[in-house]
Design a protein around this ligand. Structure first.
Ligand SMILES: [Mn+2]
Length: 360
């Protein structure tokens, strides 16, 4: 297991690489070039400069997140081939500088969604990301986007880049006639093009789940259960076609047994990376994010780390969204303090599991 940390880059993340380096047991980043729009080429010069900067701080960067798939690819438009060619160039450029895993998603229009980015937790006065479908029911997609932008302390959320949302209504309309099976067919077209390149250059594509783990605004969503991921793995059968198993995203639906799903795909050698965090269920389609510690939420983090240990022990792990604590002001979900606590806790669970297994 390699413990890693999501970082948005020197210009848009208030957290410094030197701070990340001081978190015990941190091997490196799950990095990204956050200024890149979906469909753009990440040039070799840009990737090289980024990697040199990260390495100079004593950190690795073998995992890259958010090489976003252009909407035309998801919708299967004739222009998709040009964007797929750009995607392949990104894969090649990233592989050249040591990237082993690329995390992406195939969610139409929206990346993760919340109805409140700073819900105060009564027990201790911290705040965390929150979702209540009842609140969503009264909001149009456009209103939700506007509210999210206003609430995010001036930072752009992943997948919420203003340029992507300028034509939101048009895009929503285009999706009205696209069924989940259509979306899967478009997904297969994409995988058939990129996975052979990944095999050639030694990169795994890791698909992040829908978040929350059910359809939103009537859009087709195809990555929020074990059955969904079985279908995705079957679209292009290759060890390079893998899952980014995000415990908090899949775990937003209590029907998803997270340790069992990790074991299922871990045994298939189809877990490219793990995002590990906890959620607290508050009702039907109603949850908030919690500290990583098992007892503060509803996921069993020991069972999750044990499933990783048993079935995919060499994978990359990062603490996922954290709460905002100790007065920190930053990007919602991506503060330094609570994620550092999360990483330390997960490393502690790992050490205990490892020592107990070796003492047998
Ligand atoms: Mn995640």
């Amino acid at each position: 297991m390699k413990m890693t940390f999501r970082w948005y880059g020197e210009d848009s993340d208030p957290i410094k690489l030197s701070q990340i380096k001081q978190i015990p047991g941190m091997s490196g980043l799950m990095g990204l070039l956050d200024y890149k729009a979906a469909g753009e080429v990440w040039t070799e010069e840009e990737v090289k400069a980024y990697m040199e900067h990260v390495h100079a701080a004593g950190l690795e960067c073998e995992v890259i997140e958010s090489v976003n798939v252009h909407e035309d690819i998801k919708m299967g438009l004739p222009t998709r081939d040009e964007y797929i060619a750009n995607y392949i160039t990104c894969i090649r450029n990233l592989a050249k500088y040591g990237v082993k895993v690329i995390i992406y998603n195939f969610m139409p229009v929206f990346d993760w969604l919340r109805t409140d980015l700073a819900r105060v937790i009564d027990e201790d006065g911290s705040n965390s990301l929150y979702f209540d479908e009842k609140d969503l029911g009264e909001m149009t997609p456009l209103e939700l986007v506007r509210k999210t932008a206003e609430d995010s302390n001036g930072f752009t959320l992943p997948g919420w880049e203003p340029e992507r949302l300028a034509e939101l209504e048009k895009t929503l309309k285009q999706y009205e006639n696209i069924t989940p099976d259509d979306l899967r067919a478009n997904y297969k077209y994409f995988l058939d093009a990129v996975i052979p390149v990944c095999e050639e250059v030694g990169v795994k594509m890791a698909c992040h789940p829908d978040d929350p783990a059910w359809p939103i605004f009537g859009l087709p969503r195809i990555a929020h259960s074990q059955e969904d991921y079985d279908k995705i793995c079957a679209l292009h059968d290759s060890p390079a076609n893998t899952v980014c198993l995000c415990t908090g995203s899949l775990g937003s639906n209590p029907d998803n047994d997270i340790p069992a799903i990790i074991r299922h795909f871990g045994e298939m050698d189809r877990i490219g990376a793990m995002h590990v965090r906890n959620v607290k269920f508050l009702g039907h389609h109603h949850f908030r994010e919690a500290a990583h510690l098992s007892s503060t939420g509803d996921l069993d983090m020991f069972a999750i780390m044990k499933a990783i240990y048993d079935t995919c022990p060499d994978t990359y792990v990062r603490p996922d969204h954290g709460r905002m604590i100790w007065g920190e002001v930053g990007r919602p979900g991506y503060g330094l303090y609570d994620r550092a606590l999360g990483a330390t806790y997960l490393n502690g669970l790992w050490e205990a599991i490892d020592k107990m297994e070796n003492a047998k």
